[in-house]
Design a protein around this ligand. Structure first.
Ligand code: TXA
Ligand code: MG
Length: 351
């Protein structure tokens, strides 16, 4: 497309080739773009303190410019250089969950450019635990602004091949570290005021409340954004994670859901597929549709881990519509439902 020559290099987290990291760090220092693995999803990195560099990120992703970026750090000293007012509550969370899949929102310092924060006075910061990410940030000597390394609107990349699919020819370098560990983006918590979860993830409300007293949930996590219901994380209002095939979520008790999906498919003129779980597969034996299980309810971690990869592949099924069972909106199920409802463009049938 844009014809940039992208260098793609495999990196083994257990045996990191320092010369590769140095080369990637030089690109970051010189204002270029490097995609790299983190423990959550792949990130598309640039120097967070360089206005022109972070602008390039928006271009490569086709991302709306009001959608702020997360600054990734590899030492707490860097945190003090870019944000104000690290509260006691924030310190407790940092002690417990960094490095790891948690992003905190702080008031920013003036050295962080508007193009990194989408013009906001606040800055999202994360200290990732992935070795390759850590080495790259340390070697660059600057905080790295990095959104998920997908084309805007597509599912976040959890494998090197997803990044290559979306960004080959648009960035300077891709560090392919294989499949990521977790597979959902970080939990985002606004700590500028009453702690509030803006995006659910592997670190759940329950886990947070073991460390600090009360954590609220942004009311828009599962709702369709509207004028009087704008999510506090600007990025959460955009169409996201979406396959080309129409996707409908069906919510309720397992039997009722299966019954409703069967009826919908009987009345649907075209090919249909059903996404279910191992425990419910037998409920669809009689239905004329492709039936796919995302795994067992006993292992929500595994379901969450493969959801983005699965959403990237459903268009290959060649069906006209996909019905997907809802998950219970608690713990990790909340994070999964947050991504799924967006992928479905908020088409949810309540049984
Ligand atoms: O796990 C992750 O967080 C991954 C990896 C690469 O670290 N990154 C990621 O970035 O998911 P991105 O850009 O795809 O999502 C960042 C989200 C967006 O919804 C954005 O609107 C929100 O964070 N955000 C960033 N800065 C914010 C701020 N100052 N206030 C509120 N929301 C913010
Ligand atoms: Mg993203």
């Amino acid at each position: 497309m844009s014809g940039m020559n992208t260098e793609i290099v495999k990196v083994d987290a257990a045996n990191i080739d320092e010369t590769v990291i140095e080369k990637a760090a030089d690109i970051i220092k010189n204002g270029g773009l490097v995609a790299f693995p983190t423990e959550t999803v792949y990130g598309l990195g640039a120097n967070a303190l360089d206005a022109d560099a972070s602008k390039k990120i928006y271009e490569a992703k086709g991302r709306p410019s009001d959608n702020p970026l997360i600054a990734h750090i590899a030492s707490l000293d860097t945190l003090d250089e870019i944000v104000e007012d690290v509260s006691d509550v924030a310190k407790k969370l940092i002690d417990k969950f960094w490095p790891g899949p948690m992003t905190l929102i702080f008031n920013k310092k003036p050295n962080v450019p508007d193009s990194t924060t989408g013009g906001l006075d606040t800055l999202a910061v994360r200290f990732p635990s992935n070795k390759i990410a850590m080495e790259l940030i340390k070697s660059s000597g600057v905080p790295i602004a990095a959104p998920s390394a997908n084309t805007s609107g597509k599912p976040s990349p959890t494998k090197g091949e997803h990044v290559i699919e979306d960004l080959d020819g648009k960035v300077d370098m891709i560090l392919d570290g294989g499949e990521v560990g977790l597979g959902l983006e970080s939990t985002i918590i606004d700590v500028t005021d009453k702690p509030t979860i803006l995006r659910p993830g592997f670190i759940t409300q329950e886990m947070l409340e073991e460390v600090i007293e009360e954590v609220e949930l942004d009311k828009t996590l599962l709702a369709k954004p509207s004028e009087d219901f704008a999510p506090k994380a600007p990025g959460m209002k955009y169409r996201h994670y979406a396959p080309k095939t129409e996707l409908v979520i069906v919510k309720g008790d397992a039997k009722g859901v299966a019954e409703r999906i069967r009826e919908e498919i009987e009345n649907f003129d075209g090919e249909a597929a059903i996404i279910t779980v191992d425990e419910h597969q037998s409920l669809y034996e009689e239905v004329d549709a492709k039936v796919v299980s995302w795994g067992s309810l006993e292992n929500m971690n595994a379901i969450a881990h493969q959801i983005f990869d699965a959403l990237r592949r459903v268009d290959d099924w060649g069906v006209d519509i996909i019905y997907c069972e809802a998950f219970e909106e608690k713990d990790l199920g909340l994070a999964v439902m947050n991504r799924l409802t967006k992928a479905a463009g908020y088409q949810v049938i309540d049984v």
